[in-house]
Design a protein around this ligand. Sequence first.
Ligand code: ATP
Ligand code: MG
Length: 277
Amino acid sequence: MEFTVSQRERLIELGVRAEDLRGSFTGAAERNKTYTKLEQSRISEGKAQLALFRETLRKPSLCLMQERLTECLTGVGFVQVATPTILSKKHLRQMSIGDDHALNDQVYWLDANHCLRPMLAPNLYYIARDLLNIWEKPIGVFEIGSCFRKESQGNSHLAEFTMLNLVEWGTPLATRDQRLTELAAAVMKAAGIEAYAFEYEDSVVYGSTLDVVCEGIEVASSSQGPHPLDAAWGITDSWVGIGFGIERLLQAKEKPNTIRAVGRSLSYLDGVRLNIK
Ligand code: ATP
Ligand code: MG
């Protein structure tokens, strides 16, 4: 006899690893006793974690990670921007996300002409055009903010997640790959993650792309230009850009049972489930 489905679910939300839930019991009494003991011990640990959190850091890792990465990037000359979460349909279309694009079905529409941004790139493209008229190149810009995608669930997807998108305009053509690797490594170091790999993919149309992967989970994707999309934004310079998922970085670092434990939440605080009276 094994734990019931609801017992398993409860223990997993309390942070017990699925692989530690393979107990086989001779009867319901033994099973329930083991369950109660495990649940109570996780509840005590959760309370201890929350007490420590209240005494010491007082900021959830989601917020701390954003601070660390902001410090890292401003420290290497990048400028932070804060653009609107509400995106116009026109700007989404300028990213070539039309009615038949895969991402189009994942977009949360607010009305006929506005949606919640599924990515930060359109706003960064928009701003670049003006900044390139004002500042000398290269220009490094980044934003950290919420993005929204309708996802068909899973352990690494949130409907509302936090993206860090950095972009450097005016990177010399010949050094783009090297620069991408350098910037990705700087962010991973600031995030405090050592175990990661770069996955390169060659594309005839878009040049090479680089993903950052931790234990099989994509934590970042890069792109570079000149890119076919640039014309729609009036951009002619070469550039490199990388989008990181902050919750994915926390997943790689803290290894929670579910990405929900480290995202924006009503049920978890700093990774601790709150229904532990
Ligand atoms: P995936 O293939 O994992 O769904 P993606 O390639 O569609 O991701 P990108 O558009 O490359 O995602 O977005 C950049 C980064 O944002 C990803 O590498 C990932 O870290 C993060 N990200 C994307 N979608 C989500 C999501 N629904 N929940 C959490 N993080 C996400
Ligand atoms: Mg990707």
